[in-house]
Design a protein around this ligand. Structure first.
Ligand code: A2P
Length: 281
């Protein structure tokens, strides 16, 4: 996996597939899933404070035979983090729970929490300043955002000293967020795709199943491959050992242009993204 990496705009390498842990419960489920993922060859694990599983994720990493420095580990500041001080405390807590002295990537999880709807710009600027400080102190190798739309990024860039290296968004053939992807590309920001399987809903779409049959691959592998061929960084989630293994066997085939185009036509066929300006959380 190590050679299969993108380069971020600060020169840091990031493995092209990450292991998603959203909706993976804390305790034995998260622990076993991450152990299995590391065994299967993932070297990029994505978690967040709000997932509530940082302790199990950290324990699994420590108990594995894999050197911490070979693992690209991401966490995120949740919506209850509003100020510079809040962010400092959240960073310390994530590092403590993950039992590590640095993270490879740290993100602002959402741009517009319901609790700061009137002044999200100020909140993001403050939280970003704390994240920049931690980056400069060597606690993070890279920093970025999640679920940000262009207007959120424009506002952040007004006060940011350091440009985000990553924007992690809900992204699959079903919801391609083209304007946002173009914005990321223009600004040298890597687009990470969470829920690349449409939280599983895309795997039931006939066209995906038909394409999968043609290549002797699974619908999940086709969706992940689509993401990679678009230049995105997919973060498939699973707690099922066979699927965890399956989802990373995607470097031995290539979708044709016609099949990529057929997948491009699947907009709206499965679950779509949440509007970050209208969330209730
Ligand atoms: P599970 O975790 O029970 O294995 P996404 O990454 O788009 O959020 O999708 C995650 C969902 O898709 C989960 O419900 C997960 O189930 C399911 N899933 C993950 N990989 C596969 C696969 N290879 N085949 C079928 N379902 C999968």
């Amino acid at each position: 996996m190590q050679n299969k990496a993108y380069k971020l705009n600060n020169g840091i390498e990031i493995p092209k597939i990450g292991f998603g842990t959203w909706q993976t419960p804390d305790g034995d489920v998260a622990y076993q899933a991450v152990r299995k993922a590391l065994e299967a060859g993932y070297r990029h694990i994505d978690t967040a404070a709000i997932y509530g599983n940082e302790e199990s994720v950290g324990q699994a990493i420590r108990d594995s035979q894999v050197d911490r420095r070979e693992i690209f580990l991401t966490s995120k500041a949740w919506n209850d983090i509003h100020t510079f001080e809040d962010a400092k405390a959240a960073i310390a807590e994530s590092l403590h729970k993950l039992k590590t002295d640095y993270l490879d990537l740290y993100l602002i999880h959402w741009p517009n929490p319901a609790s700061v709807r009137e002044n999200w710009q100020t909140r993001n600027a403050q939280v970003w300043r704390a994240i920049e400080e931690a980056y400069e102190a060597g606690q993070f190798k890279a920093i970025g955002v999640s679920n940000f739309h262009p207007h959120h990024l424009d506002a952040l860039l007004e006060t940011a000293k350091i440009k985000p290296q990553v924007n992690q968004i809900y992204l699959s053939p079903s919801d391609q967020q083209e304007g946002l992807v173009r914005y990321n590309e223009k600004h040298g920001i890597v687009t990470e795709a969470y829920s690349p399987l449409g939280t599983g809903s895309l795997l039931e779409v006939d066209e995906v199943k038909d394409i999968a049959k043609k290549y002797g691959k699974s619908p999940a592998q086709v969706a992940i491959r689509w993401s990679l061929q678009k230049g995105f960084l997919p973060l498939p989630k699973s707690v099922t050992p066979a699927r965890i293994f399956d989802n990373i066997q995607v470097f031995d085939f290539e979708l044709s242009q016609d099949d990529m185009a057929a997948l491009d036509r699947l907009k709206g066929t499965a679950k779509g993204a949440t509007n970050p300006d209208a969330t209730q959380f």
